[in-house]
Structure formats: C-alpha cells, structure tokens
Design a protein around this ligand. Structure first.
Ligand code: 5AD
Ligand code: FES
Length: 345
C-alpha cells in the first residue's frame, strides 16, 4: 500500500508536505485504497445511513463580490429575489412532510436579514418543528449576531473558509473581504456552541496541491463538525467565467482523505459535484461522504440562485428531488434516513 495512505489510515494525520505529496502523486491505486478505507471508517460511525438536509435559498442578494460567485454584487444579469418569512415556513413545512429533519437557510449577505428578522424566522421554525435542526449559511456576521441567532434556536452554521491560504484567499476575493475576518467568524461560531461547517471549492483558480494541503491541515486542527467541498464551476457573468472547472475525481479523492482525517465528519456529496458529473453524488458517497442536501426552494426562484452555470435540480419540485435521491442512494446500497443527522462524537 502507498505509505502516505497507510500513515493517514493509522494516524488520521499527515504533515502539510505529506498531504501535498499525496495529492500531487495520486493515481487510481491510491484513490481506491483511500476510498475503501474511507467507506470502512464511515460505516463504523454512521453505518449505511445517508443524512439529508433540506436547503432553502432565502435570498440571492449579496453585498459581497467574490470573484467566483454568480450572485456577486457586480453581476447585473442576476435577477434578485428574497423569500418572505411565510415562503420560508411553507418550504420548511413541505420539507418536514418529505422527511427532512434539518432545515438549512442559505443566502447571500443581504442586509434585509437582520438579527431581528432572522431570529423571528428561526424561532418560528423551531416552534413548528421542534424535532428539526436549523442550520444557517448566511455568511459573515458579528459575534453578537451569531450569538443572537444561536440564542433564537439555530443549531448549526455553515461558512466555508474557501481556502486556508491567505494569498489564495486574496486572489479569490475583493480587497474589501478579509481572510482574518473569515477565520474570526469560524472561531466565534465554534466558541458560541454551533456545530460548525467549513469547506472549500476544489479546482478554484490559483489553487495548488500546497493550498489544498493547507486546507486539510486547517481542518485537522479546527475539527469542524462538517466540511462542504465541491468542484469549482465557472459562472458566465463572473471574472472567472473562462477558468477551468474542478473535477469530480479530485473532489472524491479529497472526500476520502477528509473521512480518514476525521471518521465522524459530516461530509456532503454536494450539488456542485452532481452538476459536474451526472453520477457525482453517488461517487461522492462511495468515496466517503454521508450527507446530501437537496433543494427545498420554491421552483420559481431556483434558477436565480445561480452560483455557477448548469446547476442541477433547478426545474424539479422538492418532492421529486427527495424521491430521486432516495433512488440514487438505494441504487448504491445506502438509505436516506429521517433524522436530524447530528455529528456523532
Ligand atoms: N462554483 C462552485 N462553488 C461555488 N460557490 C460559490 N461560487 C461557486 C462556483 N462558481 C460555493 C462557495 C460558497 C458556497 C455557498 O458555494 O464555496 O461558499
Ligand atoms: Fe433533484 Fe435528482 S436530486 S432531481
């Protein structure tokens, strides 16, 4: 067996240089060894269960201007929307009926969703569905804001770190966004008591084996509950429109590595992975992922939440996606469970 693969399986850790070498020198054999070990590690903690989260994209209005993202402020071709509290509660209620026990509210950094507005929505969700976890993915906010949302009942927060390398971060974001603030947010969220998810795109412009190795080392040290990774996919109205997309192959390889770094991790097989490869989500699960996050947004707004081009599931109803994923997971020997899907530590 590849010596680095063997070391990762036995110690759950490599040096940054070793992670870079593992990535750079990867081949079909090391990928298969990692996937096998990753699936075994996941089975010990989670069995054959695949957790689901119902994702509601509550607003595509964003004050930021990330160079890779289709809902960036500068994109005048993006038709903006925001959902009302009633819209959101309706989506959540449907989701509940379809068996979702985690509701994720995701959106751009839209000032309309002040603490007062969001707290009211969170409290209403928790009152109607006390057996559900509420996850937020609403970007960078102050510590006081994160605390208020937590006190209102939010359980989890997703904020991808995007890259653990400062220079790389600065190449992906405008000067107004800071790496330090991103990291400050993640630390605050964890200290407050959220189950925290970080993550990064695979194959983003300027990414190297070294920056990926730094991502892995960061995750090893930070110990998030969840890590969201998916291929970078160019969006036609962004500065990165003509950059090459990331691959399902490297995404799956990294899913296996992450599973071995921390067997208890919640690892979604993301929509971006399903977009770059029609079998991407199945491949992700077979590489060690254990979560899928189908869309619960109203079909009328789905196409407008276009972070990248050709996103899947923008024409399907929520019920269709649930059924589709159930079949997809069963076809590879897994089952979608009706469960909050908390991290098992
Ligand atoms: N391709 C893939 N993923 C993207 N994201 C944003 N834009 C793109 C893109 N073009 C990811 C970012 C963000 C998450 C919500 O979506 O990592 O954190
Ligand atoms: Fe949406 Fe398959 S998951 S159609």
């Amino acid at each position: 067996m590849n010596v680095l693969v063997e070391k990762l399986i036995t110690t759950h850790s490599l040096t940054t240089e070793e992670y870079a070498a593992l990535i750079e020198e990867r081949d079909a054999a090391s990928a298969e060894q990692l996937a096998l070990a990753a699936v075994h590690a996941r089975r010990q903690v989670y069995g054959n269960a695949v957790f689901t989260r119902g994702l509601i994209e509550i607003s595509n209005i964003c004050k930021n201007d990330c160079l890779y993202c289709g809902i960036r402020r500068s994109n005048l071709n993006c038709e903006r929307y925001r959902l009302s509290k009633d819209d959101i509660l309706l989506c959540a209620e449907q989701g509940y009926r379809f068996g979702f026990r985690t509701i994720v509210l995701q959106g751009g950094e839209d000032a309309f969703f002040s603490d007062a507005v969001l707290c009211e929505i969170i409290a209403a969700l928790k009152e109607k569905h006390p057996d559900c976890a509420v996850t937020l993915s609403m970007g960078e906010r102050s510590r006081e804001s994160y605390q208020a949302l937590f006190d209102a009942g939010a359980d989890r927060y997703l904020l991808r770190h995007e890259t653990a390398n400062r220079a790389h971060y600065e190449a992906l974001h405008p000067a107004a966004m800071s790496f330090n603030n991103r990291m400050r947010c993640l630390r605050d969220l964890r200290e407050i008591g959220y189950q925290v998810g970080c993550g990064f795109m695979v194959g983003s412009p300027f990414q190297t084996a070294k920056t990926l190795a730094e991502d892995l080392k960061f995750i090893e040290d930070f110990r998030p509950a969840m890590v969201g990774i998916g291929p970078f996919i160019p969006q036609k109205d962004t500065p990165f429109a003509h950059e090459p997309a990331g691959t399902a192959e490297l995404t799956c390889f990294l899913l296996s590595v992450l599973r071995l770094i921390d067997p208890t991790l919640l690892l979604p097989a993301t929509t971006a992975l399903g977009t770059i490869d029609p079998q991407g989500r199945e491949k992700g699960i077979l590489a060690g992922a254990n979560v899928v996050m189908p869309n619960l947004s109203p079909v009328t707004v789905r196409k407008k939440y276009a972070l990248y081009d050709n996103k899947i599931c923008t024409g399907e109803e929520s019920a269709q996606c649930r059924g589709c994923l159930q079949r997809r997971m069963e076809s590879i020997g897994y089952t979608l469970v009706v469960d909050r899907g908390d991290v098992r530590r």
